[in-house]
Design a protein around this ligand. Structure first.
Ligand SMILES: Cc1cc2nc3c(=O)[nH]c(=O)nc-3n(C[C@H](O)[C@H](O)[C@H](O)COP(=O)(O)OP(=O)(O)OC[C@H]3O[C@@H](n4cnc5c(N)ncnc54)[C@H](O)[C@@H]3O)c2cc1C
Length: 540
């Protein structure tokens, strides 16, 4: 799959990431805000005018590259001259991820920090050679997958070293093997979600990992961040799909995971799932796959309030009735989504809290699972809304990030954060995070949904919309700090699926304790003695 290119300052030497450098996704898909939404913004947040436009790519100013000619020659020897560049046009689109603070920084006219060079290795041998020369030359290495991190996981931090290299892994884009007897596929780390699914679908198989960033994020990135997709109720989180991993570290290659299960000591795969490029470069992942589902069924539900809806989802998950997707929006999110979602097939008006269920499998499995689920949701106080709202949700499920860019253009800040807790602590967690956010950003709209469910608990996903106002980066940073402190105080996890990166790192000691941090540091010292791998991320 040939990556698209985009024009940039000085002319790009390398294929560029397919996303626009300062916005989400494909510029052709950018979404205009409807008059209804603009009216809502004016009424709820007092946002009326448009924000000042940021620089175009050819106007963006970058901090000068610190890589020298000898470094570039050494990198060219490792990966080939055509796969290395220190041009601004190649550095700029790899300057960071796609959080709202990332996008706000790209809109600023001040100099943008960026990696000093970019390399695109094509094999494990080339990655090992790059890591060796970077250790020798004191160059930090930031593995780059799809570039969709929302936690500062790609920030070009040098960590006291001379320079920083973005190691773009897109050339690791093969389906290495498919074992149809066992239902396992080995996929290259650089394959994007759609590319991986297309290769599997040609043979009648599916992975079933659909995070909202699906169109751009990669197999390696999913593993490195312990991603969770919207079909997690049916197919599990990404880390649950992983059967094996290959990882190139500065001191050697690890090939982990054999047999469907093992009692041969601690499971070392778990060290690399969620390691966010700090311990090694994941090159290939062996994953559980399933035959493409023959049948899909949809049903949406309305619940009078969030507590009733949450109890209903808990009952479904604890009874194991088997939906592939199950999620619940609170009252505010239900109202806002209704204003923003494209209407399909006469979507009925929804009040209260909207829940969506989707079922996949054979006709018999889908019939049985939807009947069982339906009975539980009815008994728990739900009212069926039929198929249309659930189909509308699926139809638009990858488009919401475009709205964030349109909101920024219109002068509204929109950002998300997520956490998880046991069912017994979920209401308290939601209350504490909402209170922290609204206190830090008076007048902000705070929306929430249950995005992933487990027998013992669930994740909560918050969306915050506020007027951009003065110093939005500082105001958001204060709100995020308050929300993270509230999460820790309420017993939630600092991240259910966005990972830690630079942004959540200050809360890692709360999450795993001093001893836990020392364990991670010891592992890093063993695998990355020169400290070149993604400094400033994950490990305090
Ligand atoms: C709009 C939007 C929606 C999102 N929705 C979801 C969602 O629904 N669910 C979810 O889980 N996440 C979501 N995310 C977060 C993000 O997409 C995930 O964290 C994703 O897994 C990152 O994959 P990536 O390939 O883009 O990795 P990148 O962003 O390129 O990298 C993420 C981190 O992993 C490291 N890394 C990447 N590849 C490798 C590798 N091969 N080896 C070692 N380290 C590596 C990087 O150094 C970095 O620290 C969303 C993000 C955005 C912007």
């Amino acid at each position: 799959m040939a990556p698209e290119t985009q024009a940039g300052p000085g002319g790009a030497a390398l294929p560029l990431p397919p996303m626009k450098w300062n916005a989400w996704g494909d510029p052709a898909q950018a979404k205009e805000l409807s008059a209804e939404v603009k009216g809502l913004l004016a009424a709820a947040l007092g946002v009326t005018g448009d924000a000042a436009p940021g620089p175009e790519a050819d106007e963006a100013v970058l901090t000068p590259s610190r890589i020298d000619a000898e470094d570039l020659e050494a990198l060219a020897r490792a990966v080939g001259k055509e796969h290395v560049s220190a041009a601004d046009a190649d550095r700029l689109p790899r300057a960071g991820g796609k959080s709202t603070p990332d996008l706000l920084r790209r809109r600023a006219r001040a100099a943008q920090d960026a990696p000093d060079a970019v390399a695109l290795p094509g094999s494990e041998e080339e990655i090992a050679a790059v890591l060796a020369l970077c250790a020798e030359r004191r160059i930090a290495v930031v593995p780059f997958g799809g570039g969709t991190s929302v936690v500062g996981g790609l920030d070009p931090e040098r960590g006291g070293l001379r320079a920083v290299l973005s190691l773009d892994l897109r050339r690791l884009d093969r389906l290495h093997s498919l074992d149809e007897t066992s239902g396992e596929a080995v996929l290259g780390a650089g394959l994007t979600g759609p590319a991986a699914e297309a290769l599997l679908a040609e043979r009648g198989w599916e992975l079933g990992h659909y995070p909202q960033s699906f169109r751009y994020a990669t197999i390696g990135g999913f593993a490195a961040t312990r991603s969770s997709g919207q079909d997690s109720a049916g197919y599990g989180r990404f880390d649950e799909m992983v059967r094996g991993l290959r990882v190139v570290t500065p001191v050697g290659v690890l090939d982990l995971g054999r047999a469907p299960a093992s009692a041969a000591g601690p499971d070392l795969r778990q060290l690399f799932l969620g390691s966010e490029g700090t311990l090694g470069v994941i090159t290939a992942v062996r994953l559980r796959v399933h035959p493409l589902p023959a049948v899909k069924a949809y049903e949406a539900w309305s619940f009078p309030d969030f507590t009733t809806g949450t109890d209903a989802l808990r009952a479904v998950e604890q009874q194991g009735t088997g939906p592939t997707v199950i999620r619940l929006s609170d009252e505010a999110e239900t109202m806002v989504n209704l204003a923003m979602t494209e209407k399909i097939g006469g979507t009925p008006a929804v009040s209260g809290c909207l829940a969506v269920t989707v079922f996949e499998g054979t006709a018999e499995q889908v019939a049985a699972r939807s009947e069982l689920t339906r009975a539980v949701l009815l008994a728990a106080g739900g009212t069926s809304l039929g198929e249309a709202p659930a189909r509308a949700w699926e139809h638009g499920r990858f488009n919401a990030p475009y709205l964030r860019d349109s909101l920024l253009d219109a002068g509204a800040l929109c950002e998300t954060l997520e956490t998880a807790a046991n069912w017994s602590g979920l209401a308290g967690l939601r209350f504490a995070v909402t209170a922290a956010l609204t206190e830090a950003l008076p007048g902000a709209l705070v929306l929430c949904h249950v995005s992933h469910v487990y027998p013992t608990g669930a994740s909560l996903y918050f969306t915050v919309v506020a007027a951009l106002g003065e110093e939005p980066l500082e105001r958001w940073a204060a709100a995020k700090r308050a929300a993270c402190d509230a999460i820790v105080r309420s017993g939630g996890t600092i991240s259910h699926h966005h990972a830690v990166g630079a942004d959540h790192r200050p809360w890692m000691t709360d999450e795993i304790g001093d001893l836990g941090v020392r364990v991670l540091r010891a592992v890093k010292a063993e695998l990355d003695p020169a400290g070149i791998l993604n400094p400033g991320k994950l490990i305090p």
